[in-house]
Design a protein around this ligand. Sequence first.
Ligand code: NAD
Length: 498
Amino acid sequence: MAETVEAPAVTRISHWIGGRRVEGASGRTGPVFNPATGRQTGAVDFASAEEVDAAVQAAKEAFPAWRATSLARRAELFFRIRELLHERRDALAEILVREHGKVFSDALGEVTRGLEVVEFCCGLPSLLKSEYSEQASTGIDVYSIRQPLGVVAGITPFNFPVMVPMWMWAPALACGNTFVLKPSEKDPTASLWTAELLQEAGVPDGVFNVVMGDKVAVDAVLEHPEIAAVSFVGSTPIARYVYETATARGKRCQALGGAKNHMIVLPDADIDMAADAAVSAAYGSAGERCMAVSMLVAVGDVAEPLLAAIRERIPKVKVGDGMDPSSEMGPLVTAEHRDKVASYLDEGDVLVDGREGAPDEGFFLLPSLIDNVKPGMRAYDDEIFGPVLGITRVATYEEAVRLVNESPYGNGTAIFTRDGGVARQFQFDVTAGMVGINVPIPVPVAYYSFGGWKASLFGDRHIYGPEGIDFYTRGKVVTSRWPDPATSRVDLGFPQTR
Ligand code: NAD
């Protein structure tokens, strides 16, 4: 008798508009894979401009009531969202593992760091407090207020499918805006899951919408006249395009781009600590982090012992399916991306080639190491975004800082040293937005803001934290007088304060 082989289930992943799932009508979809097996698990709808417009209209309709919702009620909803997310964080982390590929503990870390932004937003009544000057002029008081922008949009990358959307929707909603999210088409399910959770928490329909898709959906967002602001996180060429297109259409925009993060190790550093940090920051999440360390800059005679310590650690990194609790590093997001990352191992002094011994099934590449990587080489100039660590050797601290400062990117950087004076000088000298001192991945806590310099951020406001609140609100200044009608007179002069 012939054996029946069941076709693997492929789930349809649709939009979320006006408080319900809406199946796409454009006829275009994209595949979603489980990177650990290489099998397709989902088909995500790609929105047309009309579908993006439907989401914007839902957000526009919801805006007046959401904006008028008291701060106390909004804060209460945020506490509820926080509780539900906290209770269900394991389920959410599992979705990340199955579509992104990162290991479960790392996925839980992502959810937790995102949750910190939601927790920050629970304090929204304090965050939205403004200033008041009594008696600015005789009988005149002046005060400022911060008001929401209206409908705002977020466009997010594949590598943090929960945390990066939270950087956007949490402060946007806290400030009284309504939101349209266009998540990465590679791992979109978490956004739909979030939409359902927000609804369950009591967020009114239309306040949070999700449109799935590709460039067509992004362009429809950028062109839409009813969208007041766009937050983007992704690669530098698309960040630049989004920033230029959105601002040319009068929108406020913050567009965070790619990175090439250097970690400098000085001769006085603790070698074991620096090696642990380099291996963790280069290979965690298979190097698919915008704050991953991808270039190690060894100063003076630290290079050989540091390299030896790293080479000793690499074979011990356990690579496998992210749901296996013993796995420390998972696969890359797609076969195409894995192959692109692997192509960097075709040249240079490759000390460890992660193609050797990688599992056949799934999109795996093992931790890889290239020595003597220098500006002008592809492995130095490009953001590889995979488990490939490059090492360069320089003679002095000054040379090391010059390398970092001459990089077109300026996201994160780190220095490992025991010398407080040099560390302090480094924080003064370096042209990057986030600096770690003996900390390899210096992602700011939720009450500071996240953002790079140079080609790592287009726009003038960093994301989440105080700058996030600033981004999602606009100021108004009121000059007020409650005069005695008996003192009223015509005066054509410019208002004076004295
Ligand atoms: P990506 O730029 O390919 O995609 C980001 C978003 O843009 C996605 O929603 C995608 O659908 C959309 N997009 C892709 N191509 C487009 C096009 N031609 N026109 C319009 N929209 C388009 O980035 P990715 O591969 O999903 O994510 C990885 C990148 O994101 C890396 O460069 C990484 O450094 C960067 N990143 C930066 C930060 C940061 O905070 N600076 C954080 C996370 C990721």
